[in-house]
Write a protein that binds this ligand. Structure first.
Ligand code: G6P
Length: 489
């Protein structure tokens, strides 16, 4: 989609996601400090020069008073962000409950929580009600800011109800919805008590996008098997209305990482890390501390590798960055203690007075420190049990132009479909196989590493986040034009 006439105003894009790309910290009654977080979506949209984009989302904080809300709304407006205010109980039931304790594990093939299955269906139902209520609150804010001709792009599993809420009030709104997680096999999706509601609501969108072709196919099968609708090569047909369904694999802003490596502060970090780990190979894991990332399995595989390869014991170190996330959800709290316990045991077993085999950090690193870490890594270990895409693998590749290290990648990450030929693919549940891959990666000859790296580097630098966003929005515009032409015929 190209604007032929540069004098025309840019098309407005309303990006709706659960979380705004800003963290807000209250300074006083009516003042807020904002910090922008540059994730994949933000950098993708910064690259969309032909659109005038603004964000709608939850600010991530509870602001019960009107003065605070007004002040935050004003501060966010400068960043082109519009807040949705959710009260504490809604956050608890919608975000901690339905989103992160129900949909998230189910979509990653980890099942439904036992207590919801066994005890009352009431708790499930009240979480689902809160989910619908929260989605309606997002819709109300969108309607308030919508102008004719705007494109509304809804993101992720938190907002599966949003397309329906938007279209119910205004059927002319152009709505796209994109899922950042896997969409599971229809056999898994059908376990959800609200399986029909969610599918029907998503189908209200004009264009529905997924990271991989498999996820798109699973969604279409769920619509045919659970709703009895017709799947076509273009998408799903429902009473004469076609919802386009397609794969749009996301990428990263690779230039941002490549440029960062030239900065003096990053070079200094690189020098320090090289000195710190001189004589040892560096293996790296960077994950949110989430069940889907397979962190315990990864650490156990590293233990098995050390057990079977004693000659490597003081020659390799695993740096695991585990960024805390969703800490109010009990499953995440349990995981944190489990990981600490395993790391402690292995360090006790293989550590010496001067060195330990695993450095485990419970926090995020700033962007520059992260780039330096990627650059000095010999082997990246990404063992997600399921992962929509996994952009850590892309970030690692972008920073490896000189080192040409090895990527060990779970076959259950969406990224395996794009970087598979340049990685050692593993089944993360198979601890022995992951241990053997660690050995293969550490012993891999330079020419083989170089070949694999080139394949990945080419992919990561050409399939960027900007290209992803531009393709989705232009496809959404085309879909709507085609639908209009069809109804005129
Ligand atoms: C995944 C989801 C995102 C989410 C992110 C961080 O990548 O797809 O929508 O924002 O995790 O999780 P959080 O719950 O902290 O927003």
């Amino acid at each position: 989609y190209e604007r032929q006439d540069q004098r025309l105003p840019k098309q407005r894009l309303l990006v709706v996601a659960n979380r705004l790309p800003v963290s807000a910290v209250r300074q006083g009654k009516d003042s807020w400090q904002l910090e922008i977080s540059v994730g994949g979506l933000v950098s993708a949209l910064l690259g969309l020069k032909e659109f005038d984009a603004r964000w709608i989302g939850w600010a991530g904080v509870n602001v019960p008073d009107e003065i605070g809300q007004e002040a935050l709304t004003k501060a966010l407006a400068e960043k082109k962000c519009i807040p949705v205010f959710l009260d504490e109980d809604t956050v608890h039931q919608y975000y901690n409950g339905y989103c992160n304790n129900i949909i998230w594990p189910l979509f990653h093939y980890l099942g439904l929580p036992q207590e919801d299955r066994l005890s009352t269906t009431r708790s499930f139902q009240s979480q689902f009600d809160a989910y619908k209520k929260a989605n309606q609150m997002f819709a109300d804010v969108v309607h308030e800011h919508y102008e004719e001709g705007d494109v509304v792009w809804c993101h992720d599993y938190h907002l599966m109800f949003l397309p329906r809420c938007l279209k119910e009030k205004n059927s002319n709104i152009k709505v796209g919805w994109f899922l950042h997680t896997p969409f599971p096999s229809s056999e898994i999706h059908r376990m959800l008590p609200s399986r029909r509601d969610l599918l029907e609501s998503v189908l209200a969108a004009d264009l529905v996008g997924f990271h991989t072709y498999d996820y798109a196919r699973h969604f279409v099968s769920a619509c045919t098997r659970i709703l009895g609708l017709e799947g076509t090569p273009e998408g799903v047909e429902n009473q004469g209305k076609l919802t386009r369904v397609a794969a749009f694999p996301i990428g990263i802003d690779s230039d941002r990482f490549i440029r960062a490596l030239e900065l003096p502060q990053v070079q200094d970090h690189i020098k320090e890390l090289k000195e710190r780990f001189a004589g040892r190979k560096v293996m790296l894991g960077v994950d949110r501390l989430d069940m889907i990332k397979g962190i315990p399995q990864k650490i156990l595989a590293f233990e098995e590798f050390l057990e079977e390869n004693p000659e490597w014991r003081d020659k390799v170190v695993l740096l695991q960055i585990a960024v805390p996330t969703r800490t109010d959800v009990p499953e995440y709290q349990k995981l944190s203690s489990q990981v600490h316990e395993i790391v402690g045991r292995i360090n006790g077993r293989f550590g010496t007075l001067t060195a330990v085999p695993i450095h485990h950090l419970d926090r995020s690193l700033d962007f520059h420190a992260l780039c330096a870490l990627y650059a000095v890594t010999d082997v990246a270990l990404i063992t997600s049990l399921r992962d929509g895409m996994n952009l850590v693998s892309y970030e690692f590749v972008a920073c490896q132009a000189s080192k040409k290290g090895v990527l060990i990648l779970s076959e259950f990450a969406g990224a395996a479909q794009s970087l598979g030929a340049g990685a050692l693919l593993v089944n993360p549940w198979n601890i022995a196989e992951v241990a053997a891959s660690i050995s293969q990666a550490l012993n891999m000859p330079a020419d083989e590493r170089e070949k694999m790296h080139q394949h990945n580097f080419m992919h990561v630098t050409t399939h960027t986040s900007q290209e992803w966003a531009a393709t989705f929005v232009s496809e959404l515009n085309d879909t709507i034009i085609e639908a209009q032409l069809r109804t005129r015929q």
